[in-house]
Design a protein around this ligand. Structure first.
Ligand code: HEC
Length: 134
């Protein structure tokens, strides 16, 4: 094999390898990516509540609900984690319903409760990680 051919072959393989690993990560998002997405939807939700845009609220609450059903988010979790996740979904569903009913007060309350359930789950995660270290 000529040196040039070897070089081209190596570069092509490296390129395909990079492309392949990127393609793989994009089909299976990590928990971190999902959480980033969640943060974006939660942002849009607050935007919707502040401007009384019920479609924006309903859309993003629904996306959050779907996201929390994603297998990556729920992989290998404890019953406590599942309960916290179910709690979160209950508030997201209440939020969607409030938006469909065009009830801003109910939507605001569900938004606050949902946000608290974000905090609760993260608190639980931190505590269980600390417990693992001991
Ligand atoms: C049922 C559990 C649960 C709920 C509810 C939850 N999260 Fe998370 N969140 C996690 C876990 C688990 C991680 C840690 C991911 C990791 O380190 O692998 C995390 C991490 C994050 C992070 C940090 C990501 C990073 O950069 O490391 C953000 C931001 C986040 N969540 C946003 C939210 C928001 C916003 C909500 C509510 C709308 C929410 N989460 C609700 C489980 C939850």
């Amino acid at each position: 094999m000529k040196p040039q051919t070897l070089l081209i072959t190596t570069l092509t393989l490296a390129f395909v390898g990079t492309w392949f690993s990127q393609a793989q990560t994009s089909t299976k998002p990590t928990t971190k990516e999902i959480m980033k997405e969640k943060l974006d939807y939660a942002h849009f939700l607050l935007n919707g509540i502040a401007t009384e845009n019920f479609d924006l609220i309903a859309n993003n609450a629904e996306k959050l609900n779907q996201l929390s059903l994603s297998t990556v988010w729920r992989e290998g979790r404890t019953p406590e984690y599942e309960a916290l996740s179910a709690d979160f979904r209950r508030h997201a569903v209440a939020l969607t319903k409030a938006a469909k009913d065009r009830n801003l007060d109910a939507a605001s309350l569900a938004y606050v409760q949902m946000t608290l359930s974000c905090v609760n789950c993260h608190k639980y995660m931190r505590n269980s990680k600390m417990a693992e270290l001991h």
